[in-house]
Design a protein around this ligand. Structure first.
Ligand code: 13P
Length: 258
């Protein structure tokens, strides 16, 4: 049985005051929701604040990038060991915004994934196609290429220590969510690709959907058999929306009990 995960990706948003208000609203609301896992992936400067505020809660700390190098003369880099130092559990790697706005290749993403694994961080590996790629029938090939780059560098077994996030680029920040059926189809393809090499690993692999997830559509997406939760951008910045999405992940039964 896979446990659902809802992770907020704050992207380059927030400040000390707004982060504090957001976390202080989210933490008590999620405390009774025991049947799923939760995380917030915060910008680097706020790691200490989030580490301190999340202490003792059931919301894990994550961040949004890691340097592929271990340490030393890499100006501006933030190493995996530094993230561990601040109590990080998750790190997003290969987000499409980093691939497009910062020119990260499949190979760089694979090195970042390796750096995270080496330091026992859980990488949240983002994969997904652009609209042009989808319209050209390339969705499966693009996702396979992005996955294979990581497997080639780190081995298939390394996928057992990560979370995958399927994030169609055309659905990110656009309000245009993939339908539950579109998400399910790609998630099933990813799982089948891993299952072809290792069925057990595939059965345990947590695959999140990301791209305009909101309180209004989360339950339908999370009801799909291969959708194991969400990576939430904009809606993770509004406490009420994020809490409602997390509630959708535990399902109606636990909400009634809570
Ligand atoms: P939105 O939820 O704002 O579409 O962003 C999704 C995303 O990129 C999460 O990593």
């Amino acid at each position: 049985m896979r446990t659902k995960l809802v992770a907020g990706n704050w992207k380059m948003n927030g400040n000390l005051a707004s982060n504090q208000a957001l976390l202080e609203a989210v933490i008590p609301a999620l405390a009774p929701l025991k049947r799923a896992n939760y995380a917030v992936c915060v910008p680097f400067p706020y790691l200490a604040q989030a580490q301190h505020t999340l202490r003792g809660s059931n919301v894990a700390l994550g961040t949004q990038d890691v340097c592929q190098f271990d340490g030393g003369a890499y100006t501006g880099g933030v190493s995996a060991a530094m993230l561990v130092d601040f109590g990080c559990r998750y790190v997003i790697v290969g987000h499409s915004e980093r691939r497009s706005a910062f020119g990260e290749s499949d190979e760089v993403v694979a090195f970042k994934f390796a750096a995270a694994i080496k330091h026992r961080l859980t990488p949240i590996l983002c994969v997904g196609e652009t609209l042009a790629e989808r319209e050209s029938g390339l969705t499966e090939a693009v996702v396979a290429r992005q996955l294979d780059a990581v497997v080639k560098r780190c081995s298939l077994a390394a996928l057992g220590q990560c979370v995958i996030a399927y994030e169609p680029v055309w659905a990110i920040g656009t309000g245009r969510t993939a339908t539950p059926q579109q998400a399910q189809a790609v998630h099933a393809t990813i799982r089948a690709r891993v299952a072809a090499a290792d069925r057990r690993l595939a059965d345990e692999l947590v695959i999140l959907y990301g791209g305009s997830v909101k309180a209004a559509n989360a339950a339908q997406l999370f009801a799909m058999p291969d959708v194991d939760g969400g990576l939430i951008g904009g809606a993770s910045l509004a406490a009420d929306e994020f809490i409602a999405i997390c509630r959708a992940a535990v399902g109606a039964e636990e909400i009634v009990r809570a």
